[in-house]
Each structure stands twice: as C-alpha cells, then as structure tokens.
Design a protein around this ligand. Structure first.
Ligand code: ZN
Length: 181
C-alpha cells in the first residue's frame, strides 16, 4: 500500500478508536506524522460541513451546546468528535486568536484538534506546521523528461526518456556498461 494511503488508514483507525483510549491514564504517545495526517483528515471533514456547523457552533456557551451543534449540523461526522472532544473544541473556538474567515477557521480548528488534547492546541498546531514544512523539504523527483533532438527529425520533450515520435531510447553514455542496450 502506498505510504499516503497507509497514513490515511492509520488516521481513520485512530478516529474510530481514540475515544476508548482517552481517559485519565497516561496520555497516548503523540506521533507527529499521525497527528498531521489526522489534521488533514479533519480539514477535509470540516470543509464538508463548516457552512452548516459554524453558525450554531459559534454560539455555543458550554460543552453540551458544542455537542448539540455537531449532532445537528455535522453529520455523518459527529461521532468522530463527540462527545470526547467537546470541551477541547469549545476551548479552541473561543481562543482570542481564532480566525475570522472560513478556510482559516477550518485549518485552525483541525490542526489544534489533531493532538486530541494529549498535547495543547498550540503544540498541535506547531507540530502540524513543522510536519508540513518537513514533508515539503523531503519532496523528490519521481519522473523526469528531457529535451531531445532525434535523427528521425523530432525535436522536443522526450516521452518515457525516449523519442516521442519514433521511440528511440536516449543513450545516457552508459551503453557500454548496461546489458540492456
Ligand atoms: Zn526519433
């Protein structure tokens, strides 16, 4: 399974099971990559439901009203969050720096919430940010093509490192070294 899918699956599993793990005992180990994967998943979910959810959620005065908002306006996703994360959601949306615009609100809540309270909302956001930066740096080339001029007359970008017109393969000067050419 590709890495990205594996991560998504892990996040989904966590979503299904975190409420059982939450309790007064030792907090679960926070893994940055999982936390970030969960944040992305939450962003996706909130993006589906935010226009319904936010009007009521923004009016909540206590945990129970947060739960009510999710139950009424965040289906079918409410069980992913409620009731286990009600107080955390309540505290996050009341932070002084909670953003004013839709997309920023979604990102802020998702990233803050992804730590599931085992780290502070602030730390959770920091971890997400660092993970995103790290992943960007870790990007690498997965495919490349080059400009070719072929004896068949074709000039332009190669296709699968061969002439786009006649299929002649590019000789990178290793022909003496490889048994395939
Ligand atoms: Zn050619």
């Amino acid at each position: 399974m590709p890495k990205r899918e594996r991560a998504a699956k892990r996040a989904t599993n966590l979503l299904d099971t975190f409420s059982e793990k939450r309790g007064r005992g030792r907090p679960p180990l926070v893994r940055a990559s999982e936390l970030r994967g969960r944040a992305d998943h939450y962003r996706f979910i909130f993006n589906q439901i935010w226009d319904r959810l936010w009007p009521r959620l923004s009016q909540a005065q206590e945990d129970q009203e947060v739960i009510d908002a999710f139950v009424k306006d965040a289906q079918p996703y409410a069980p992913n969050f409620m009731p286990g994360l009600a107080n955390l959601v309540f505290r996050i949306v009341r932070e002084a720096k909670f953003p004013r615009t839709r997309d920023a609100q979604i990102s802020f809540l998702a990233d803050s919430l992804a730590g599931l309270g085992s780290v502070s909302p602030r730390s959770s956001r920091d971890i997400c940010q660092k993970e995103r930066t790290r992943e960007k740096r870790a990007h690498h080339i997965i495919r490349y093509e080059v400009y070719v001029e072929c004896s068949c007359g074709f000039k332009g970008r190669s296709l699968n490192l061969a002439c786009r017109k006649c299929g002649a393969e590019i000789d990178f000067g290793l022909s003496g070294l490889t048994p395939f050419s």
